[in-house]
Write a protein that binds this ligand. Structure first.
Ligand code: GDG
Length: 512
């Protein structure tokens, strides 16, 4: 049984590249290397015309198969529908959602083209795992062409309530394509509830526990909260204590006795960067005795700069940081430093470890891996405090953080104060619980749990010949009549889940 991963972007590793510490790409690559497999998606290259060619590159047991996009496809499928319509809508930002029929047609066309290219590479026993919102209709396109393999989908970003998703033109058509998957994974039970109620409200789905039936197709919707490589990150951070790399050395020197509050995010409006800067300014106004004693370092590598809303955020964050620094700074102290570039993971781990407060305040986030990385990087003997938005998926697992509403500037400002003043015994107590949680649900646990659930689903007609055009469907063990009303958490404890397998248990270890 070969694993086939499909994602919008594929980065082919250099022949002798050492595995970077942690990261989703590394975890997926490991899953492929263990079983042998194929990774298919966009190369990241843009060509003038005729992007149909597929190039394959072999690296050990993994085949990378990539295709280019034309400039028109990049504009419509990627920048347009994926990043100006789906991304804001799924982050509950109707005011920022820019829908165009041309973009939507481009999105569907690229999904069709990917389906055709992928079929040429598929073998009958392959298990296909598709990632993220760029590729929602891909399984439906594969099924239309007779593909009967097991196909799963994981949605990395939030799924909004039906009233929000329903505002997107063609939302009913798009959401109904979810039923072409055998298993749909989302980050949290809130996302499960929203997706399932959307399927009910927009396409009359019938629900039985986590089984959801749309027309003749049935899928299973479950939460799989994603994790990080905790152990790798812990090691990187511990090593940074001894590292003499420039960013870490200079940070130590320039900070002196001053305390550090850190934010690390792609420059994206979902991350609440501007609101965070305002909250830090509010904190300094509320507590003038803290001026000169603490600084905010916001690392914000630019992303999607071709999208106008991101260019606006770039300008706005400069403006707010400049205004606050001018109003609150001193000749020998700059309260806020916003650095719009990417640092190495080593440097990031060092920054996290040096910071007394990790400020993770997205307005809405699927999970937010930075929250987990910040905890993994702490010194167990003298850990910092995580301030976490209740609207990050991570907040559902990380209740020992200081949980805040990022829309409430005053509340965030006071949480910064509380974090900086927190006694060591309480910091250690909170850290130990958070660390235990992220270790027990790390990236290895996540990959394993998803793939076990996907391969554990029984498929109707699984034993019939591949040429049989009848599609395979997950078998719903129908004990009770299907109800059109999902449970509040999208699940039904009375309903048996797909056959459970022995889960890999990641030992709940304490850092050394
Ligand atoms: C999507 C969902 C979900 C950031 N700056 C630098 C850098 N980073 C790394 C962080 C972290 C990653 O980027 C960001 O992950 P997040 O989870 O915070 O956010 P998204 O990129 O929006 O990811 C999100 C995730 O998918 C996984 O399912 O959690 O909700 O939106 O790892 O460390 N890395 C380096 N230099 C930087 O300057 N090397």
């Amino acid at each position: 049984m070969r694993l086939v991963i499909v994602s919008n972007r594929v980065t082919i590793p250099d022949r002798h590249e050492k595995a970077a510490a942690g990261g989703l790409a590394v975890a997926l690559r490991e899953a492929l290397e263990t079983r042998g497999g194929l990774w298919f998606g966009w190369s990241g290259n843009v060509v003038e015309s005729d992007a149909n060619a597929v190039r394959t590159v072999q690296r050990g047991k993994v085949t990378y198969a990539v295709t280019d996009l034309t400039e028109a496809e990049r504009q419509t499928y990627y920048l347009g529908f994926s990043n100006r319509a789906l991304w804001p809508n799924m982050h509950y930002r109707l005011g920022l959602t820019e829908f165009s029929r041309t973009d939507y047609a481009g999105y569907l066309a690229v999904n069709r083209r990917f389906a055709k290219a992928l079929i040429a590479l598929l073998e009958p026993d392959d298990v296909v795992w598709i990632h993220d919102y760029h590729l929602i209709p891909l399984a439906a396109e594969l099924r239309r062409r007779g593909v009967r393999n097991r196909i799963g989908y994981f949605h990395h970003i939030p799924w909004p309530p039906a009233e929000v998703f329903g505002a997107l033109p063609f939302s009913a058509t798009l959401i109904s394509t979810m039923a072409a998957y055998d298993l749909v994974g989302v980050q949290t039970v809130v996302d499960v509830r929203n997706l399932v109620s959307g399927l009910v409200a927009l396409c009359g789905a019938k629900v039985d526990g986590d089984h959801v039936k749309v027309g003749r197709r049935e899928t299973i919707v479950q939460a799989f909260p994603i994790g990080i490589d905790v152990e790798a990150f812990r090691k990187l951070a511990a090593a940074s204590e001894r590292a003499a790399t420039r960013p870490i050395k200079t940070t130590k020197e320039t900070l002196g006795e001053r305390k550090l509050v850190i934010g690390v995010d792609r420059l994206d409006y979902s991350k609440g960067i501007v609101q965070r800067l305002e909250a830090f300014g509010q904190f300094l106004r509320n507590h003038p005795e803290q001026r000169g004693r603490v600084g905010l370092l916001q690392i914000a590598p630019p992303s999607r700069s071709d999208v106008p809303e991101y260019a606006e955020l770039d300008r706005q964050s400069d403006e707010v940081a400049g205004r606050l620094n001018a109003a609150l700074g001193e000749f020998d102290w700059t309260p806020i430093r916003v650095v719009k570039k990417a640092y190495s993971r080593n440097a990031l781990a060092g920054f996290y470890r040096r910071a007394q407060v990790g400020l993770v305040t997205p307005m809405r986030d699927g999970m937010n891996l930075v929250a987990k990385e910040y905890v993994a990087a702490q010194d167990p003997a003298d850990p910092g405090v995580l301030v976490l938005s209740r609207f990050a998926g991570a907040a559902q697992q990380m209740g020992e953080a200081l949980i805040v509403n990022p829309y409430d500037t005053h509340e965030v400002a006071e949480a910064i104060r509380t974090a900086l003043a927190m006694p060591k015994s309480e910091r250690i107590r909170r850290f130990e619980r958070l660390y235990a949680t992220i270790s027990a649900t790390d990236i290895g646990w996540w990959t394993h749990r998803y793939l076990q659930a996907l391969s554990g689903i029984e498929l109707a007609g699984a034993e019939s010949a591949p040429a049989n055009p009848q599609r395979r469907r997950p078998v719903a063990r129908k004990k009770a009549p299907m109800s059109a009303v999902p449970k509040s958490d999208g699940s039904n404890p009375a309903k048996p889940r797909p056959k459970p397998r022995a889960a890999k248990t990641t030992p709940v270890s304490r850092p050394a």
